[in-house]
Design a protein around this ligand. Structure first.
Ligand SMILES: Cc1ncc(COP(=O)(O)O)c(C=O)c1O
Length: 413
C-alpha cells in the first residue's frame, strides 16, 4: 500500500484546528486501505481465502472497510469474538489462540464460529465436552507446531522450536485415533502460524510449500478426507528499510505455481493476515515540544509517546518518520539561556512524554532540520500500534483520531 503523507497531514491539520494543546493523533487512510485489501484479495488464486487477524487492529472503521472484502475475521480472545459479532453479525469468524477459557469456547460455539483452532490436547477434550453439552457439532482445525527442515528465520517465531503454540506433532497420531470417538468434533484440517515479520516472498512460499506437503502426507498416512489448511499470517513490514517491502506480486504469482505443483487445486488455503493488511493505513503524528542536548546527544521531546505507539519499543527498532515543517522559528545555536527552537543537520533521538528512558521512538536519526512545533509523522502505525500500547501509564490523554474516507476527512469526537 502506498504511503500518503499529504493525506495524513491534511487530517492532522483538521484535528489541530480543534485542539488547544500541541497535537498527537492517529490518522487512518481508509480509502487507501480499501484499495489495498481489494488488490490483495483479487490477486490471490481462487483456492485461497484471506481472513483478517483482528488482533492487528480492531478499530471499527478499519474493520468496516475490511468486512466488505475479506473472507472473514480471525479472533483470538472472547473479547475479540464479542466485539466482532456485535459489529458484524454475518461475517464468518474463526477462533484461535492459546489459553482459551471454557466460557470463551462456549461463546464461540453459541456464536457459530466457522472453525475453532485447537491448541492443545486438553483444550480439545474440553471442547468435546462443551460441544456435547451444546448438542452441536463443532468444526475444528488442529494447530501444529512443526519443525521444518528449512524454517526461515524472522524476528518473531511462534514455532519450529519449543513454544506454547500448537500441538506437538508427536501427539497427532493419538488425537486422530481418539477423534472418531467424539460425535461432536469434526476435524476439517490443520492450522499453522510459525512466524511473523516475514519480508522475503520466496522464503514465505517455501514455508507454505513445507506446510502443504506435510498436510498432504498426514492426509495420506491417516486416511483423512480434509482439504483445508490455514497457513496463518506472518507477512511483515520493513520498518527499517521502508523502501524495501515484501514483494506481494512475486508472492501471489508464486502461490498459483505452488498450488499447481503441489496439485492442491481442490484445497482451500486460508490466510489470516494482520500486519500486512492494516499497518500501512495508519500514521501516528506527534508535535515537537522541546529540543535539548543531554550528555552530547540531541533529543526531540514530542507530544505523546510509546504509551500510544508502542510499535518501535515492542520491535526494538528506530521507527521511520517524516518531519512536517510548521515552524518559522529562526535557527539558534543553543547554549545556556539560549535554547534552540530549531536544529539543523544533527542526529536526533525522538522521545515522548513518559518518565522512562524506554520511551524512544527513533534513535539518533540524522535530520536536515527539525523545529519546535513541527510534526513528526510515523507511518506503518495501523497494526500492532495503538492497541498494543499501555495507554494508562501516567494518565496522559488519549491521542486524537481522524480518518480519510470517501475522499473526505472525518474527525473522531
Ligand atoms: C495464530 C496467529 N494468526 C495470525 C496472526 C497474524 O499475524 P501477522 O499480523 O504477522 O500477519 C498471528 C499473530 O500473532 C497469530 O498468532
Amino acid at each position: 500500500m502506498q504511503l500518503n503523507y499529504d493525506l495524513a497531514v491534511a487530517v492532522a491539520t483538521e484535528l489541530a484546528a480543534t485542539e488547544n494543546d500541541p497535537l498527537c493523533a492517529y490518522v487512518y487512510d481508509l480509502d487507501g486501505l480499501r484499495t489495498h485489501i481489494q488488490q490483495l484479495v483479487a490477486s490471490l488464486p481462487p483456492q485461497c481465502q484471506l481472513f483478517y487477524a483482528a488482533k492487528a487492529n480492531a478499530e471499527t472503521p478499519v474493520l468496516q472497510v475490511l468486512a466488505d472484502h475479506v473472507h472473514g475475521f480471525e479472533v483470538a480472545s472472547g473479547g475479540e469474538l464479542h466485539w466482532l459479532r456485535e459489529h458484524f453479525a454475518e461475517v464468518p469468524l474463526i477462533f484461535g489462540g492459546p489459553g482459551k477459557l471454557e466460557s470463551e469456547l462456549r461463546a464461540a460455539i453459541d456464536a457459530q464460529v466457522e472453525l475453532i483452532h485447537v491448541e492443545s490436547r486438553l483444550e480439545l477434550e474440553r471442547l468435546a465436552r462443551l460441544a456435547d453439552e451444546a448438542g452441536r457439532p463443532v468444526d475444528i482445525l488442529l494447530r501444529i507446531n512443526l519443525t521444518l527442515a528449512e524454517l526461515p528465520s524472522t524476528t518473531l517465531t511462534m514455532g519450529g522450536r519449543p513454544t506454547p503454540f500448537g500441538l506437538d506433532e508427536s501427539e497427532l497420531e493419538g488425537i486422530l485415533a481418539w477423534l472418531p470417538t467424539q460425535p461432536n468434533l469434526r476435524l476439517q484440517g490443520f492450522h499453522f502460524h510459525l512466524l511473523s515479520h516475514q519480508l522475503d516472498a520466496a522464503a514465505h512460499l517455501r514455508l507454505l510449500q513445507g506446510y502443504c506437503r506435510q498436510v498432504k502426507r498426514w492426509c495420506n498416512d491417516y486416511g483423512l478426507e480434509s482439504r483445508h489448511v490455514n497457513v496463518g499470517g506472518g507477512i511483515g513490514i520493513n520498518y527499517v528499510e521502508p523502501d524495501n517491502q515484501f514483494n506481494w506480486p512475486v508472492f501471489s504469482q508464486g502461490l498459483a505455481t505452488l498450488i499447481e505443483q503441489e496439485q492442491m487445486q481442490d484445497w482451500t488455503i486460508r490466510f489470516e493476515f494482520g500486519r500486512y493488511v492494516t499497518a500501512a493505513c495508519g500514521y501516528y503524528v506527534m508535535e515537537v515540544l522541546d529540543l535539548k542536548r543531554n550528555l552530547g546527544q540531541w533529543f526531540a521531546v514530542a507530544r505523546g509517546g510509546t504509551h500510544h505507539f508502542r510499535t518501535p519499543a515492542a520491535q526494538s527498532h528506530s521507527h521511520p518518520f517524516h518531519v512536517v515543517s510548521r515552524s518559522q522559528a529562526e535557527s539558534r545555536t543553543g547554549g545556556a539561556g539560549n535554547p534552540p527552537a530549531v536544529l539543523e543537520r544533527e542526529p536526533v533521538t525522538i522521545v515522548g512524554q513518559l518518565c522512562t528512558p524506554k520511551d524512544v521512538l527513533a534513535q539518533q536519526v540524522p535530520l536536515d532540520r527539525v523545529a519546535v512545533g513541527d510534526w513528526l509523522v510515523f507511518p506503518y502505525a495501523g497494526a500492532y500500534a495503538w492497541n498494543i500500547s499501555h495507554h494508562d501509564f501516567l494518565r496522559h490523554p488519549r491521542p486524537r483520531c481522524g480518518y480519510f474516507d470517501g475522499g473526505r476527512v472525518v474527525v473522531a469526537p
